[in-house]
Design a protein around this ligand. Sequence first.
Ligand code: NAP
Length: 288
Amino acid sequence: MVIDGRTTLCGLFGCPVEHSFSPLMHNTAFQYLKLNWAYVPFKVEPHQLPRALSSIPALNLAGVNVTIPHKEAVLRYLDELTPCAASIGAVNVILNREGKLVGDNTDGRGFIKSLQEEAGLIPAGKKAVILGAGGAAKAAAVQLAVEGAEEVSIVNRTPGKAEQLARAVQNLGSKSRVLTWEQTGEAAAAINEADLVVQATSVGMYPDVNSHLPVPEDAFHSGQVVYDLIYNPLKTKFLKMAEIRGAKAVSGLGMLLYQGALAFELWTGTAAPVNIMREALQKQLKGR
Ligand code: NAP
């Protein structure tokens, strides 16, 4: 990659950023398409966020991705939010539109795209259960409701967060129930009745790969799609349990890929080379 006076820059604002796969995914795509663009990770401490955001138009960046811990904190500093970012209440991509900062969220759309591509599941009219109520759960649940899911129920350790998310889902027209992990039997029954189960907690993520949520194996069955938002490892213990019972198991790599591909397209106006980006991610994950 040669950086010169004509290079268009974009990047990532987060803290930490060392472990992000986004620079690899985007820079591989730029090189493949011979675009004179570069993606740079910027470690932005929370107290520096306002100054970092004002540097986007000042330095003429095309835009940035936003990750932990800034996805909600950026909202108040942006000029505009897309309806999608407003309903999720978080931003993962900022576009520099002639000096105006527009916040969008491609996490939920990336999740839906992956669900359709990898599991052939169309959410309209389906029953889903989301396990977790953090940032990733919120993006997935809201987008499922936007796509017309009949029911999007939430199981979470902290009931207050689940109740807030359930209200957001109900406001978009889907039914929603809230359960906690103490209600083991009800949670297992809700999972059993669902067409789609989304594991959206950090339980089972590397290095804690032997952990899984307290869901009995017989809650899963064939004809169900079980999606784990975790992509490291590619097959979590939770996914292995679901697969043994005949469910279609899908890892979070697709969500990571498609949220990135959608951001790439918003910035460049060019179709993202998703196969090349997927290969780069897989290679990186196998190397870890
Ligand atoms: P987050 O906002 O910190 O939320 C974490 C969630 O996990 C919360 O619901 C939390 O419950 C729950 N949780 C944590 N430890 C738990 C435990 N021991 N028992 C039960 N529940 C527990 O994190 P996030 O950003 O949503 O990320 C969640 C997962 O999604 C991570 O593994 C992350 O890698 C993955 N992710 C994937 C993608 C992708 O592109 N594939 C994108 C974003 C995130 P409480 O509410 O009770 O604390």
